[in-house]
Design a protein around this ligand. Structure first.
Ligand SMILES: Nc1ncnc2c1ncn2[C@@H]1O[C@H](COP(=O)(O)OP(=O)(O)OP(=O)(O)O)[C@@H](O)[C@H]1O
Ligand SMILES: [Mg+2]
Length: 375
């Protein structure tokens, strides 16, 4: 609650979006003017926040939804679902040399095709947007959700990946081609000319031209991009920022979370703690078979069924087995917890969020996570 920016990171599907929403809601309920920058929330979650048309603009969640039982009624929750393409267009517009260049790039068919899938573009656009909101000084807290990358580390690599994608030798080749105007067929060398002609047969020479124009124009704005990326990474290292590493107890997710933690520490990013989500809590049951049999024999529902003693014993045995299986899972989760604790060190924060019966898709359930996240 002391930080100004919280970034929820972690592997795919562990609960980043849910945690980001729950943290933002908790802060708003404590009186803060909060913004959650979210990426692709489940439709049901967006709907339950009253954000049916959660588009590329900031929308306020109805105060009446978030205030029941809150510590303060001064807080506000605002949400924005990042439209990656639009955010990327904005970055391009800002760095292009003049309005005409903006038009040329945005109208370029190659740009339209690849701006959505360029490596790192989504992460980059999210960070650029965060930068803007932070500068505006309007928010007590900004909570940032991060995209569902296959690998948690992709997030930190985004600016480098983006530069690499744009600086690759193949693209350099196209760029040169464009710069050479009419005589380009001879200048790319015999093999190049041959490849180009063949390529043009398949994709059309217009397309190849578009590619060249795109990469030349794009090259002009790259300097601005890189500078922006560096500024953003400097921002992320400030002590008012906190990285919240969300993990689930599966071995793969734990492994990734530990690697990501190391990476954050090495990069000098301020780590605040682990959220271990979807844990199966251990509920030891000392009574064993006899206690279950007794309970079954006395249970009105079971009595009404008129089961024989043998059937009841079988049912009791099935329950004991099921409980044992769940305890085995809970034990595995305890191992995951101790691994994460060891990785984080004695001083690091680790909160446990149990697996809920249902998906966390409404305000009530989000509020329900507060006790685990901040308790
Ligand atoms: N503690 C929990 N108990 C039960 N279900 C949960 C819990 N936390 C999250 N979920 C559910 O798990 C699903 C995935 O959660 P969420 O979308 O937050 O993950 P994510 O890390 O953002 O995924 P992605 O990487 O795809 O963006 C959602 O349906 C969510 O409601
Ligand atoms: Mg998500």
């Amino acid at each position: 609650m002391e930080r100004r920016i919280l970034v929820c990171v972690g592997s795919g599907g562990v609960g980043k979006t849910t945690t980001a929403a729950a943290l933002a809601l908790a802060a708003a309920r404590r009186g803060k003017r909060t913004l959650v920058l979210t990426i692709d929330p489940a439709r049901r979650l967006a709907n339950s926040l009253g954000l049916e048309s959660l588009g590329h603009q900031v929308q306020q969640v109805d105060p009446a939804l978030i205030r029941p039982g809150a510590q303060s009624d001064r807080g506000e929750l605002h949400a924005m679902m990042l439209d990656q393409k639009q955010a990327f267009d904005e970055v391009v517009s800002r760095h292009a040399k003049d309005p005409a260049a903006v038009q040329r790039i945005l109208a370029n068919p190659v740009y339209a095709q690849i701006s959505g899938s360029l490596a790192g573009a989504q992460e980059y656009a999210a960070m650029a947007k965060l930068h803007d909101f932070d500068r505006s000084g309007q928010w007590d807290l900004i909570v940032v959700d991060t995209p569902p990358t296959a690998h948690a580390l992709d997030f930190l690599d985004a600016p480098r990946k983006l530069s690499e994608a744009i600086d690759s030798p193949a693209i350099e080749w196209f760029r040169k081609l464009q710069g050479q105007g009419g005589s380009r067929w001879s200048l790319v060398g015999k093999t190049g000319a041959f490849v180009l002609k063949r390529l043009a047969k398949f994709v059309g020479s217009k397309f190849i031209e578009d590619l060249g124009v795109f990469f030349t124009e794009f090259n002009d704005i790259l300097g601005g991009f890189r500078q922006r990326a560096e500024e953003t990474f400097a921002l992320l290292r400030q002590p008012r920022v906190g990285f919240v590493l969300v993990a689930s107890p599966e071995p793969m997710a734990v492994h990734e979370a530990i690697a990501f933690h190391e990476r954050l520490v090495t990069a000098g990013m301020p780590f605040v703690g682990f959220v271990v989500n979807k844990l199966i809590p251990s509920r030891p049951f000392a009574g064993g078979m006899p206690a279950i049999e007794q309970a079954l024999a006395a249970h009105p529902g079971v009595v009404a069924l008129g089961l024989s003693a043998t059937t009841r014993t079988m049912a009791a045995q099935a329950l004991v087995n099921a409980h044992l299986e769940i305890e085995t899972l809970a034990l595995a989760d305890l191992t995951a917890l101790s691994q994460l604790r060891a990785a984080g060190g004695a001083s690091s924060l680790l909160v446990e969020v149990p697996l809920q019966r249902d998906d966390v898709h409404d305000v009530e359930r989000l509020v329900g996570l507060e006790q685990f996240l901040l308790g």
